[in-house]
Design a protein around this ligand. Structure first.
Ligand code: IPE
Ligand code: IPE
Ligand code: MG
Length: 240
């Protein structure tokens, strides 16, 4: 390993904006779908290695609430890949201790994909390895609006004390309830924006943008980002 990483002090929750599949495909004169397929393979390999290395939580941005704007062929290619990806984890669930869950509004997905996701989450519920959290039809603003809606419905039924509402009580309505906030957010392909990812949860995350297209991302890139993270001084608004 080229980078100095303190393995006893890994970030608990790493989140990745997996960007650059299209540019990767273009670079190799392939269709965008081939880029997405290579991206899914890169994720599978990374998850296996992060699990082996003892990482706790990985959230990945797979499909945003804005990605429906892409042409129908690309959207259907992406949905097809998700079916395949989830199915492979279902097939391997017994050989593998990764726990799988999702964030995002799944209600807009095909019912058969929703069923597969629920099945996989159930199959792996008691697994004690890496928690792989996949953001599908996820948008930070959408998540916050849905949380506010749920809170309002609970308030109408007298189930919540609005006078006592604080950040923790609100966060319990988010899709990420029960997850720690991300410590480190990595974006590949050199872009420097959140694109509606984890808006609430990113409040004090350390951001690392890397000049690598997602399908080329290897565990070594992850350690490079972790090494950068470990050199940062996190102050959370206080003084170091
Ligand atoms: C990321 O790659 C995958 C998704 C957003 C679904 P892109 O498809 O955005 O790749 P670029 O940004 O066009 O290179
Ligand atoms: C963000 O990438 C969403 C995912 C990686 C799933 P995009 O490629 O959709 O983001 P923009 O359009 O460049 O902001
Ligand atoms: Mg992109």
């Amino acid at each position: 390993m080229k980078y100095k990483v303190d393995m006893s002090n890994l970030p608990k929750h790493i989140a990745i904006i997996m960007d650059g599949n299209g540019r990767w495909a273009k670079k190799y004169l392939m269709r965008r779908a081939a880029g997405h397929r290579a991206g899914a393979t890169a994720l599978r390999r990374l998850v296996e290695q992060m699990n082996a290395d003892g990482f706790a939580v990985l959230t990945v941005y797979a499909f945003s609430t804005e990605n429906w704007k892409r042409d129908t062929q690309e959207v259907s290619d992406l949905m097809g890949l998700m079916h395949e990806y989830i199915q492979q984890y279902i097939n391997d669930a017994k050989k593998n201790n990764v726990r799988m869950r999702t964030i995002g509004d799944l209600s807009r997905l095909e019912p058969s994909l929703q069923d597969k996701i629920a099945h996989l989450a159930d199959l792996t519920r008691n697994h004690d390895g890496l928690l792989l959290n996949i953001a599908i039809n996820y948008g930070g603003r959408d998540e916050i609006v849905r949380a506010a809606g749920k809170l309002a419905r609970d308030a109408r039924q007298g189930k919540v004390d609005l006078d006592g509402l604080d950040e923790d009580a609100f966060a319990a309505y988010l899709d990420t309830s029960s997850l720690p906030d991300p410590d480190l957010i990595i974006r590949t392909s050199g872009e420097m924006r959140l694109s509606n990812f984890l808006l609430w949860q990113a409040a004090y995350a350390e951001l690392v943008s890397m000049d690598v297209l997602w399908p080329d991302f290897k565990i070594d890139h992850l350690y490079q980002a972790v090494a950068q993270y470990q050199q940062r001084k996190r102050r959370f608004g206080g003084r170091s």
